[in-house]
Design a protein around this ligand. Structure first.
Ligand code: UT7
Length: 335
C-alpha cells in the first residue's frame, strides 16, 4: 500500500470576461443582486468555437503535467470529471488521451457535478494506493455558457456558472504521513431533480420526440436549481463532510492550513468559515472572478492557491464539495 500525492497542478480559463453588467444587458438582473447573493463579480465564457470542455481540460492538463516534471507517457490513467461533456458519448476522458497523444491508457469519466473533482481524486488515490497505477491525471472541466438560459427566465442559474478547467497529476508517495490522507464521498439521490438538467437524457425524452416536438417553452434542456433548498443542504453537508474527514485523521479544525471549498457561493464559504472559526488566510475563494465552475472549481482554486504560495509543504489542505445529485465529499491532504 502506498499513499498518493499531488505532484503538479494547472488550470485554464477562457480569456472572455463576462461581468455582471454584461449579463444585465441580456436579462433582468443587476450587479448588486449577484454580488450580494453570491459574491460573483465576473466569470469567463468560451467564445463559440474556440474551446470545449475537453480542449480546456487538455490545456489545464498540459500545465499540470509540465509542473509535475513528468512526461505525458508517464501517465498511467486519466480521470475526467464534468457535467458538460463535448459529446453525449464518448466522454471527454478519451478525447484527452487522443489530444495529448498519451499512449492507450485507461480513461474514465466522472458524472458527479460539483463533487466531481473530489470523486476523481478519491478514485485516483485508490488506484495509486493499491499499486495499480503510479501517475494518474485528474481533470475537472466545464463549459457551462453554451447551455445556459440567458433570458430572465434562467437568471437564478445563469448568473452563477462559468467556464474553465483545472487538472492535477497524482503520483505514488511512499511516506504514509504525506499526501492524500483520506477521502469521504456521499450521495443522496432523493434530491436528484433539485439541481439537474433533465434533457437530453434517455429517460426523459426520446430523440424522435425532440425532433417532432421542438417546444420553445420546454425548459428541460436548461439546468434547473431549487436554489434555497440546495443552499440549505450545501451548508449542512459541507460541514458534515469536513468534520468526517478531520475525525478520520484525529484532526481538529484548528489544524487546517488551507480549506479549498467548491466555489458554489461565497456566502456558503463564509458560513463554513464562521462555523469552523477559520481565519481569512485559512480559506481560499476565487468565485468572485470565475463564478461556479462546478467540477473545475476546486482544481482551479487549488492551483491558484498553490501559485500564490498559500499551499506549502507540510500544510494540512482540505478539499470539500457539494452539488447536484446530491453528492458531496472531502479530501484531507498533508501537502
Ligand atoms: O454548486 C452546486 C451547489 N449550488 C449551490 O450551492 C447554490 C445554492 N443556492 C444559492 O446559492 C442561492 O440560492 C442563489 C444564489 C442561487 C439564489 O439566491 P437566493 O437568495 O436563494 O434567491 P432566490 O432564488 O430565493 O430568489 C430571490 C429573488 C426572487 O424574486 P422574488 O420572488 O423574491 O420576487 C428571484 O426571482 O431574487 C430573484 N432572482 C434574481 N434577481 C435578480 C433570482 N435570480 C436573480 C438574478 N437577478 N440573477
Amino acid at each position: 500500500m502506498y499513499n498518493s500525492k499531488i505532484l503538479g497542478l494547472g488550470y485554464f480559463v477562457p480569456e472572455n470576461v463576462v461581468t455582471n453588467d454584461d449579463l444585465s444587458k441580456l436579462m433582468d438582473t443587476n450587479d448588486e443582486w449577484i454580488q450580494e447573493r453570491t459574491g460573483i463579480k465576473e466569470r469567463r465564457h468560451v467564445i463559440k468555437g474556440e474551446d470545449t470542455t475537453a480542449s480546456m481540460g487538455v490545456k489545464a492538463a498540459k500545465i499540470a503535467i509540465e509542473r509535475a516534471g513528468i512526461d505525458k507517457d508517464d501517465i498511467d490513467f486519466i480521470v475526467f470529471a464534468t457535467l458538460s461533456p463535448d459529446y453525449y458519448f464518448p466522454g471527454p476522458g478519451v478525447l484527452v488521451q487522443r489530444d495529448l497523444g498519451i499512449k492507450t491508457v485507461g480513461a474514465i469519466d466522472i458524472r458527479n457535478q460539483c463533487s466531481g473533482f473530489v470523486y476523481g481524486i478519491s478514485l485516483a488515490d485508490q488506484y495509486i494506493k493499491s499499486g495499480m497505477y503510479q501517475n494518474v491525471l485528474v481533470i475537472g472541466s466545464e463549459l457551462h455558457s453554451s447551455g445556459l438560459d440567458m433570458t430572465t427566465r434562467g437568471r437564478g442559474v445563469s448568473v452563477i456558472f462559468g467556464d474553465g478547467a483545472g487538472a492535477a497529476v497524482l503520483t505514488r508517495e511512499e511516506d504514509k504521513t504525506k499526501g492524500i490522507l483520506s477521502t469521504h464521498l456521499h450521495s443522496e439521490g432523493q434530491h436528484a431533480e433539485e439541481l439537474s438538467l433533465i434533457a437530453p437524457g434517455m429517460g426523459k425524452r426520446w430523440v424522435s420526440d425532440i425532433l417532432e416536438d421542438n417546444d420553445p417553452e420546454d425548459t428541460s434542456y436548461f439546468p434547473h436549481m431549487n436554489g434555497q433548498f440546495v443552499f440549505k443542504n450545501a451548508v449542512v453537508r459541507f460541514s458534515e463532510v469536513i468534520v468526517e474527514g478531520l475525525k478520520a485523521n484525529q484532526l481538529e479544525a484548528t489544524d487546517i492550513d488551507m480549506l479549498i471549498p467548491h466555489q458554489a457561493n461565497l456566502r456558503i464559504a463564509q458560513f463554513i468559515q464562521r462555523k469552523f472559526r477559520l481565519e481569512d488566510s485559512q480559506v481560499f475563494n476565487n468565485i468572485m472572478k470565475y463564478g461556479n465552475t462546478t467540477a473545475a472549481s476546486i482544481p482551479i482554486a487549488l492551483t491558484e492557491a498553490w501559485e500564490q504560495g498559500l499551499v506549502k509543504e507540510g500544510d494540512l489542505v482540505v478539499l470539500a464539495a457539494f452539488g447536484s445529485g446530491f453528492t458531496w465529499g472531502s479530501a484531507i491532504i498533508r501537502w
